[in-house]
Design a protein around this ligand. Structure first.
Ligand SMILES: NC(=O)c1ccc[n+]([C@@H]2O[C@H](COP(=O)([O-])OP(=O)(O)OC[C@H]3O[C@@H](n4cnc5c(N)ncnc54)[C@H](OP(=O)(O)O)[C@@H]3O)[C@@H](O)[C@H]2O)c1
Length: 161
């Protein structure tokens, strides 16, 4: 099984200047709990934005640069090779960014979609999803608190078969 995990604003923004825009520790906890122990597949820019491999996960980086190396990570040169690396995982995760989400949309079975109930300015977007292709199998709503400035909803969407 192959899944996308992403956090998007109401206007579909996911990033700006190769960084995340909002800080929501509760959503970061969801990301960590969901992906720990699994393969995480990301574009080179997202890897460099993180600045390090994420612990307790197999970090797979996609780049066209044949000389690229990153300690503690698997480096591949196509999305297909990345997916192949993760083929024995019960659930592999595409963790971004915009380019890699777009390329993998047609290949994935599930989306963990955190919808932040706020509009942000940004330069990187999540592709439009056709809601008719997906079944909502879980929904959790979170209100703002002292550590999490914005309200958000975590949806789990499974592709209709
Ligand atoms: N909100 C969220 O959930 C979330 C999650 C992740 C990331 N982000 C944000 O998204 C932004 C980064 O996204 P992005 O779209 O700019 O970059 P990206 O998707 O992270 O990485 C793009 C890079 O991937 C490599 N690549 C793409 N397609 C390839 C292919 N077919 N074959 C080989 N390599 C390929 C290229 O690397 P080379 O240039 O090295 O060849 C390309 O420059 C940042 O702002 C980040 O903070 C947000």
């Amino acid at each position: 099984m192959l899944s996308i995990i992403v956090a998007v604003s109401e206007n579909n923004v996911i990033g700006k200047d190769n960084d995340l825009i909002w800080k929501l520790p509760r959503d970061m906890r969801h990301f960590k709990e969901t992906t720990t122990g699994h393969y995480i597949i990301m574009g080179r820019k997202t890897f460099e934005s993180n600045g390090r491999p994420l612990p307790n996960r197999t970090n797979v980086i996609i780049t066209r640069d044949k000389n690229y190396t990153a300690e503690g990570c698997v480096v591949v040169h196509s999305l297909e090779d990345a997916i192949n690396e993760a083929k024995n995982d019960s659930e592999g995760f595409i963790i971004g960014g915009g380019e890699i989400y777009k390329k993998s949309m047609s290949l994935i079975d599930r989306i963990y979609l955190t919808k932040i109930h706020h509009e942000f300015e940004g330069d990187t977007f999540f592709p439009e999803i056709n809601i008719e292709d997906w079944t909502e199998v879980d929904r959790r709503d979170f209100e703002p608190d002292e550590k999490n400035k914005y309200a958000f909803t975590i949806l789990t969407l499974d592709r209709k078969r």
